[in-house]
Design a protein around this ligand. Structure first.
Ligand SMILES: Cc1ncc(C[n+]2csc(CCOP(=O)(O)OP(=O)(O)O)c2C)c(N)n1
Ligand SMILES: [Mg+2]
Length: 554
């Protein structure tokens, strides 16, 4: 059977279980998607086309690969705009497949922008389909890289989508994806150290979620009776109501990082960025680094022992080794849980207090506390934005299931929360899906709000409306760190609930603390019939949250 490349790609996507593709036109594969009956989620710009697919891969932990298409080729306008989305996916290690038109043979070197070199800087692999019969080969390679090893975006450029090949010559079989188990000698060495430590701490990263290893993490932590912190991107990898859970950030996390003599890092790069912890006094600690590959070993800190392999297989191997040495009982238990509780109570006291605040304008923590009360935390999705909502929610929001909350952003690109909430609705249609944003994130979203109405995506955008970029201007930090670029039109000047209401959203504007819960309930209720909601909470500027260890404020 002779088919064209675009059709071949779409049929392979179907074989790989891809149920829909996000896009912003134009891309020559799109007509084949339409003809072959694969639904397209048409966003209103190319960056969001990437971001929704990226977020879908994150939220499903790579078990369902997000796919997007956008404009490329000699008129790479779409690709240039999509670059921000790809850079973010690459930075955060998200296994998203980006398909675009390639520069046709005979046209290379004519544009100022060099597609191949640009794409290589933001992808795990950039494939260029230079012969039609290579379609199955390149798709096999793409899905191998998407499903194996360290996650990251794959970009495929198709210079001639109408060229034909024989579909039966190299029949496609879906790619399973492969994992590796750690070297048993490394596991033994790690357990030697772990059992000899006085104050060990487990430092869990997003690799635990990608490996589907949350249960294994819990089992190991319980067996060895060791407290757990998670990174922002791993928030939810460990149940946050568990007695051994210390936190993502806050004074109690700093306390445990400081006092630990051994850090068992699993599924984390341990590369302190703007939104992660540094390790204090690393030379005085034993760092055991369990990671899927060698890239992050001996990176920022000297690694005492590396255990290379899939996070789930590694956790299982560690557990088995500990069990074997302690007749299944684990090492001697101190009252670790009581210490963790005391540290959490102390660290979180100031936030818990404002979560009950009756002040007006509303304290943002009141909104977060009430949101936790309204949502079924085992059947809902919440994500933050860049800005205070990230820092505040990652300090206090209790996440009980993996991806009940999506933390994101080694660098955090404003506007991603809307893409994440859309992706969560696609991944788990029965779950409430909430994006919590400030005015900067909202500004990025505007053009894409129409998508929610068109696609009947019942998600709620919670706007912490405080009239400025709160972390930047004068607030609780004296003059603020960017006082000249802080103020935007606020709730006194613009009624955003009317603006967005006119689009067709269910909207409310809430200025009374007692109205937070009823308004959230109404929003989540209309969401169940596929109508999006936007709630503007008139809040005070309150840039207060727990610090990352080793970071200054800012
Ligand atoms: C694409 C992008 N550009 C710039 C930034 C820097 N940035 C981070 S937060 C922020 C402003 C946040 O203000 P707002 O959304 O009002 O939230 P608030 O801090 O007031 O809660 C800016 C400009 C960013 N994160 N992403
Ligand atoms: Mg603001």
């Amino acid at each position: 059977m002779t088919i064209d490349v675009a059709t071949g790609i779409v049929r392979i996507l179907k074989e790989e279980g891809v149920g829909w593709v996000s896009t912003f036109p134009v891309c020559r594969v799109n007509n084949a998607l339409g003809r072959e009956g694969v639904p397209m989620l048409m966003m209103r710009d190319d960056r969001y086309a990437v971001a929704v697919a990226d977020a879908f891969s994150r939220i499903t932990a790579g078990s369902r690969i997000g796919v997007c298409t956008f404009q490329g080729g000699v008129n790479a306008a779409g690709m240039q705009y999509a670059y921000a989305g790809m850079a973010q996916a690459y930075e955060d290690g998200s296994p998203v497949l980006c398909i675009t038109d390639g520069v046709p043979a005979g046209s290379s070197g004519n544009s100022q922008y060099d597609v191949a070199s640009a794409m290589k800087t933001v992808s795990k692999w950039f494939g260029y389909l230079d012969r039609p019969e290579r379609t199955p080969e390149l798709m096999r390679r793409a899905f191998t890289m998407l499903r194996s090893g360290r996650p990251g975006p794959v970009i495929l450029a198709i210079p001639n989508a109408t060229a034909t090949y024989d579909e039966t010559a190299d029949p496609y079989r879906p790619v399973k994806g492969w994992k590796s188990a750690p070297d048993p000698a490394d596991v033994r060495a790690a357990v030697d150290q772990l059992l000899g430590a006085r104050n060990p701490l487990i430092y869990a990263g997003e690799g635990v979620i990608y490996a589907g290893a949350s249960e294994d993490l819990k089992a190991l932590a319980e067996l060895v009776n060791v407290p757990v912190i998670t990174t922002l991107k791993a928030k939810g990898a460990f149940p946050e109501n568990h007695p051994l859970f210390v936190g993502v950030r806050g004074d109690q996390v700093a306390h445990y990082l400081n006092k630990s003599d051994l850090i068992l890092a699993i599924g984390s790069s341990l590369s302190p960025g703007r939104f992660s912890h540094g390790i204090p006094d690393p030379a005085k600690k034993t760092i055991i680094h369990c990671n899927v590959d060698e890239l992050h070993i001996n990176k920022m800190y000297p690694t005492a022992h590396a255990v290379i392999g899939d996070a789930r297989l590694t956790l299982q191997a560690l557990r088995q080794e500990v069990s074997g040495r302690t007749s299944g009982a684990g090492p001697k238990a101190g009252d670790v849980a009581a210490e963790v509780k005391a540290a959490r109570d102390q660290g979180l006291a100031r936030y818990r207090q404002v979560m009950n605040s009756d002040e007006t304008p509303i304290n943002p923590y009141r909104v977060y506390g009430d949101l936790m009360e309204v949502l079924d935390l085992k059947n809902s999705f919440v994500t933050h934005e860049s800005g205070n909502t990230r820092d505040q929610l990652s300090t206090v929001f209790d996440t009980l299931i993996p991806r009940g909350f999506l933390g994101w952003g080694n660098v955090s690109t404003l506007g991603f929360s809307l893409a994440a909430a859309i992706a969560a609705k696609k991944a788990f249609p029965g779950r409430a899906s909430v994006a919590v944003t400030g005015e900067a994130g909202l500004g990025y979203m505007f053009g894409n709000l129409e998508v929610l109405l068109r696609e009947k995506l019942g998600i709620t955008v919670v706007h912490i409306s405080n009239g400025g970029f709160a972390g930047y201007g004068p607030g609780f930090w004296g003059p603020g760190h960017d006082p000249f670029t802080h103020r935007v039109l606020g709730p006194d000047e613009v009624d955003m609930s009317k603006v967005i209401g006119a689009l067709g959203f269910h909207t409310e504007r809430v200025s009374e603390p007692a109205e937070v819960i009823p308004a959230l309930r109404r929003a989540l209720d209309v969401n169940t019939s596929g109508r999006p909601a936007y709630i503007e909470f008139i809040c005070c500027q309150y840039p207060v949250y727990g610090q990352w260890v080793g970071r200054g404020e800012g």
